[in-house]
Design a protein around this ligand. Structure first.
Ligand code: HDE
Length: 696
């Protein structure tokens, strides 16, 4: 047979033998799973054209049977997620701290798979839920798979894994009614939280804009727990893992999040997909906070307590490599849905700490994969399989693909040589750090975990005024959805320990009638912790508009030159342009040429863009005045504090939408040099000063 050009169906051939060819030889023949060629995939086999269907129709039965079994249980948490492939590139040898193979050689690349997720919502929920984002990284190292299963928030709600089922039950839909979906704005969540003061630090983060990121590309990741690095001499150093986005931090505003969920529930996954497809590969640097026992013993809080951070000012972050995502999945189910992250997947040179949350997770993830993926052989699925050699005597079970070869399947054995199979290695094998442990067997929480408010306060006072306002607004929004006033009051009673003004603001926003009685604190909160600049999103913005997107509203007759100058300036910054027009077919520009559109106005509302430009012709603007979606385009852009570039012809539209170009410096005229000025302004991402006008 002549050699065929490689096509995706070669994979089928690889699995099931040769592909049946049509007469033309270039299209594979449809077959059953058993490889039997199919002659008719349109009609089931029946007795006479109007008669009963036969049981004998094996093709019909196989096809429907397989379809019936297409779903696997979605993840009980983090069900909604999106993944991509890439690599981790190590900057320098870290042999001083760790024997982990991937950190030994500068420039070494380790393949990686990353899955981002929301936590509370079901698999089909919208991307912009107010929620923590999962940031799970699988590193296929030469000494086994290492999973850093982290979040975009560096602390967690609870201190002990035994409370996790309660937390998640309370956060997800209420069990009798199965709503609300993907929202914590309901009684059960806040009831539980109000009874768990240890969650207050996390609550500050979740009520902040961290919980509504602009996209996965603009958020940080954290390993959360303290881990250990162990070097070749067996010396241990504590470590916390951080992922720092190259494009800086960015979030949306809450009203925008609500609207994005309607306009594009896939906003985050689409963003990641599009960026990678366009070759604009998302990138994060891996940062390590390294510290020893002495620091841990002297630190104000317990480093085993996952409700606490170590401020970057106390232990600076050392950037040791970069994570680049450069390949989309070929099949969502095979890769993103079936990927199985396990905190217990670590490699020689890395070890656990005694964080009780981490210890519980180390049981949960392996257990959950068996349920979701149907058996103990989920490591045989390509996305989960190590990319380094592996040999063991584990065998059989559902869907076993790589049973050990040969006669010997036990150890020790006396077969010797290759026939005897793999042997343990004292030199390169994983060894647990021999930490000394002693104590009574107790169900007890350490006194050193008792401070629940001091770092919540530290987080709050580290925010800009704008961000503090957002935290208060988020609390008011969420608690306003709580029906029981006693729950609202109980939650508010924690806030004076964080910031009395925040407490008053929330109480006022809720129209609370009763006086706030501060909750009893297990330990007197401290007020001497210094603000940490690293905790604010606005203070860690990108100073560049690269990677962002501008929505440009055009009509027939739009000035081609203005459009081109704008496009060039935006693209010159590394940002992109999407044209929004009255019809998706595009518009005829002033010079008669076609400007192609990406969206029809109603389908491309301004919430989908980081900034907008409005450059209609005079007549074009006339017709926009009658278009509600066009009015929303500009009024929402204004309300969401976006920079707005405009041609003078757009003025009537602004007026109709109740705004005016002289309202603030966020409006940039596209006269001479206007495009450059617009892009320069956009580097600030939002015109935060406008919020005072919008809020009032
Ligand atoms: Fe998870 N978590 N978790 N979690 N978690 C799961 O594992 C669990 C926690 C995190 O994209 C589950 O494969 C327990 C903290 C991410 O596939 C499950 C506790 C952090 C993902 C599970 C925690 C996380 C999960 C569900 C309390 C941040 C998604 C499906 C001790 C450091 C991974 C699955 C992906 C998923 C258990 C707390 C992050 C049930 C018991 C803290 C990113 O095993």
């Amino acid at each position: 047979m002549p050699k065929k050009k490689k096509d995706p169906s070669d994979k089928l051939a690889a699995n099931g033998g040769e592909i049946h060819q049509t007469a033309g030889g270039d299209v594979p023949v449809l077959t059953t799973q058993q490889g039997t060629p199919i002659s008719d995939d349109q009609n089931s086999l029946r007795v006479g054209s109007r008669g009963p269907t036969t049981l004998e129709d094996f093709h019909l039965r196989e096809k429907i049977f397989h379809f019936d079994h297409e779903r696997i249980p979605e993840r009980v948490v983090h069900a909604r997620g999106f993944g991509a492939h890439g690599y981790f590139e190590n900057y320098e040898s870290l042999d001083e701290f760790t024997a982990a193979d991937l950190f030994q050689r500068p420039g070494e690349k380790t393949p990686a798979f990353v899955r981002f997720s929301t936590v509370a919502g079901n698999k089909g929920s919208a991307d912009l839920a107010r929620d923590v984002r999962g940031f799970a990284v699988k590193l296929y190292t030469k000494q086994g798979n290492w999973d850093i299963v982290g979040n975009n928030i560096p602390v967690f709600f609870i201190q002990d894994a035994i409370k996790f089922p309660d937390l998640i039950h309370a956060a997800k839909q209420e069990p009798d009614r199965d709503f609300p979906q993907a929202q914590t704005a309901h009684d059960n969540f806040w009831d539980f939280i109000s009874l768990m003061p240890e969650s207050m630090h996390m609550i500050m983060w979740v009520m902040s804009d961290r919980a509504i990121p602009r996209s996965f590309r603009f958020m940080e990741g954290f390993g959360v727990h303290t881990f250990r690095l162990v070097n070749a001499e067996g010396k241990s150093t504590f470590v916390k893992f951080h992922w720092k986005p190259k494009l800086g931090l960015q979030s949306v505003v809450w009203n925008e999040a609500l609207k994005i969920n309607g306009a594009d529930p896939d906003f985050h996954r689409r963003d990641l997909w599009n960026a990678i497809q366009a070759g604009d590969y998302p990138e994060w640097e891996l940062g390590l906070q390294l510290f020893d026992d002495e620091f841990a013993d002297g630190f104000d809080f317990d480093v085993l307590d996952a409700t606490k951070i170590i401020p970057e000012e106390d232990v600076p972050i050392r950037r040791v490599g970069r994570l680049v995502l450069d390949r989309c999945v070929e099949n969502f189910f095979a890769e993103t849905e079936q990927v199985a992250f396990c905190t217990n997947n670590i490699v020689p040179g890395v070890d656990f700490s005694n964080d009780p949350l981490l210890q519980g997770r180390n049981f949960s993830y392996l257990d959950t994969q068996v349920k979701r993926l149907g058996g103990p052989n989920f490591t045989h699925i390509p996305v989960n399989a190590p990319k380094c050699p592996f040999h063991h005597f584990q065998q059989d079970g559902h869907m076993a693909m790589v049973n050990p070869k040969g006669r010997v399947n036990y150890e020790p054995n006396s077969w010797g040589g290759a026939e005897g199979g793999p042997r343990e290695s004292h030199e390169m094998g994983f060894r647990s750090f021999p930490a000394e442990e002693h104590g009574r067997k107790v169900r007890e929480r350490s006194e050193s975990f008792a401070d629940h408010y001091s770092q919540a306060r530290q987080f709050y006072i580290s925010q800009t005024e704008t961000e503090q306002g957002h935290i208060a607004a988020a609390l008011i929004f969420e608690l306003s959805k709580v029906e029981k006033t006693a729950i609202r009051a109980r939650l508010v009673s924690h806030l004076p320990h964080i910031d009395p003004k925040l407490a008053d603001r929330v109480a006022q926003g809720l129209g609370m009638q009763e006086k706030i009685t501060p909750a009893t604190a297990a330990k007197e909160p401290r007020t001497d912790l210094k603000p940490s600049k690293a905790l604010s999103i606005i203070r860690n913005g990108p100073k560049s508009f690269a990677g962002r997107k501008v929505g440009v509203l055009v009509t027939d007759g739009s000035d081609r030159k203005v459009f081109e100058a704008l496009k060039a300036a935006i693209e010159g910054e590394g940002a992109s342009v999407e044209v929004v027009a009255p019809a998706v077919g595009g518009v005829q520009a002033s010079d008669g040429s076609l400007i192609e559109a990406k969206e029809k106005i109603g389908g491309g509302p301004s919430v989908l863009y980081d900034a907008v430009a409005v450059i209609p012709s005079e007549e074009g603007c006339e017709s926009l005045l009658k278009n509600a979606a066009a009015r929303d385009f500009v009024s929402d852009a204004f309300a969401h504090l976006k920079f707005i570039a405009y041609a003078d012809e757009a003025m009537p539209l602004f007026e109709k939408a109740g705004i005016a170009a002289d309202m603030d410096d966020g409006f940039i005229p596209l006269g001479k040099g206007g495009a450059g000025a617009f892009v320069a302004a956009c580097r600030k991402l939002r015109n935060w000063e406008r919020e005072l006008v919008v809020m009032s």
